[in-house]
Write a protein that binds this ligand. Structure first.
Ligand code: SF4
Length: 454
């Protein structure tokens, strides 16, 4: 069954490549041979963004690394079990992962912050997921976009080389994960509504151009994004397709930011505040394989329920979450921290959040294969919620660190934490999360939570 599906996918890809590629003849030959043709790569086209690994080792502490058969083969050949005298992998619910220490760090992370496999065998001998991070390849029906994870410190700090300089490496790595280079996803505009040619590109270009406007305040840029996401959610899109959809998007974006002044907002409702805190908690949940195995399923679930309830109530001290990321702090203290626009680091925070939003949209991580297969309209709403969660968490970090305002480091740490799970943690793509977004659509919830936290 699996082989049949793959064969179908490969045939479809061969066909679409031969139709679209400027190198028509070569691809026709490929189609005739029914050999897989890799989708072309589109590295994130955001010239303001840079990246090189600076070896902070954070990703070796933060992530649970799932292994592919080829990774396991390499680890066996490298004979780590003999060298370290202990297993280097662990099984959980039928999946094999790199083993972690009790503090969550990878067993190969050395005291100097470097990777032992990298040191002894070189970069290309590490598991492919470790090599790939922070690049996120996302195939659609025409290309593989390559987005960036803001869980990486260098990405957040915007340090390093131009992204295009990594193209050969990304090409090699994605070819080792063939499903990242084949068209397996049908782009969706809204629920049960496939996107027509050019609709999603028009949407991302229009929003990107608005977010790029340096003449606007951070609050107007994100309020505008929330308004477009909410307006598209309300529109009867089935009646506005192709050229008319592109015109609708252009019209909505051209009405910004003036339209926002005619649509003043009430304060955030208590229920919306509660939902926002719950959304933050869902993004902080951090069950690690070795903890879940040692504590047992029920103790793990009970601890999660208690923490979730504390976030819902929003009273008293904040429970210990995300391995102590948030120190001992009360919910009231967090409410007392001024919003991001009032920070002395406002310009740096604005640069960070705008780069994140733009990179997420044009890098393909806002919807489709980059975000739980969600349609574009819901994916945009989820992006708005992720930004509001990052803003809330930044204020919580500022409060727990004794800062009077959110600093750029608070904002960077918060965004790194929020983006760490985005598009990966299954619960953020669940029905419950969809319902949360539905509720935020009522009473201008998305606009209210963004405006009051940014
Ligand atoms: S988080 Fe980024 S900079 Fe730090 S080690 Fe990982 S890839 Fe390198």
């Amino acid at each position: 069954m699996r082989a049949t599906t793959e064969a179908r996918t490969l045939r479809r890809v061969s066909g679409s490549q031969s139709n679209n590629s400027p190198h028509g003849d070569a691809n026709k030959d490929n189609a005739r041979d029914a050999r897989p043709v890799a989708l072309p790569l589109a590295i994130l086209p955001l010239h303001q963004q840079r990246y090189s690994c600076h070896g902070c080792g954070n990703c070796c502490r933060d992530f649970t690394v799932q292994l592919r058969p080829h990774d396991l083969e390499k680890l066996r050949t490298q004979d780590w079990e003999t060298k370290l005298g202990a297993p280097v992998t662990t099984e959980f619910r039928g999946v094999t992962y790199l083993r972690q220490r009790d503090d969550g760090a990878c067993v190969f992370l050395m005291d100097d912050g470097l990777c032992r496999i990298h040191k002894e065998y070189g970069f290309t001998e590490k598991p492919i997921a470790c090599q790939m991070f922070p690049f996120v390849p996302i195939p659609d029906d025409r290309r593989t976009r390559v987005g960036l994870s803001f869980a990486c410190q260098s990405v957040r700090e915007n340090k390093g080389a131009e992204l295009q300089s990594h193209a050969n490496d990304v090409d090699r790595m994605t070819r080792a994960v063939p499903e990242t280079r084949v068209a397996t996803y049908t782009a969706m505009l809204a629920d049960a509504m496939g996107a027509k040619d050019g609709e999603l590109d028009a949407l991302s270009h229009a929003i990107d151009a608005y977010l790029a406007r340096n003449d606007l305040t951070m609050r107007d840029r994100f309020d505008g994004l929330s308004w477009v996401a909410a307006s598209l959610g309300r529109a009867k899109l089935a009646e506005v397709r192709a050229k008319r959809f592109r015109e609708l998007v252009a019209l909505l974006v051209s009405a910004l930011p003036a339209e926002l002044e005619h649509l003043p907002l009430e304060a955030v409702l208590p229920k919306q505040e509660r939902l926002l805190r719950q959304a933050v908690y869902a993004r902080l949940e951090d069950v690690q394989v070795h903890h879940a195995k040692s504590k047992g399923r029920w103790r793990t679930v009970l601890a999660q329920l208690l923490a979730s309830r504390a976030f819902t109530r929003g009273k008293g001290r904040i429970p210990s979450v995300a391995r102590g990321l948030l120190g001992d702090v009360s919910f009231d203290l967090i409410r007392g921290i001024p919003v991001l626009s009032e920070s002395p680091d406002r310009d740096a925070i604005e640069d960070l959040l705008v780069r994140y939003a733009r990179a997420t949209i044009i890098g393909g991580r806002a919807w489709g294969a980059g975000y739980y297969g969600w349609p574009a309209v819901r994916g945009l709403q989820a992006l708005v919620l992720n930004i509001a969660c990052a803003a809330w968490l930044a204020r919580a970090l500022a409060a727990s660190r004794g800062h009077a305002h959110v600093t750029i480091d608070d904002a960077r740490d918060a965004l790194g934490r929020i983006d760490r799970h985005a598009g990966r943690a299954p619960w953020l793509g669940s029905v419950g999360e969809r319902l949360r977004l539905e509720y935020f659509r009522l009473d201008d919830g998305l606009r209210r939570i963004v405006r009051e936290s940014i």
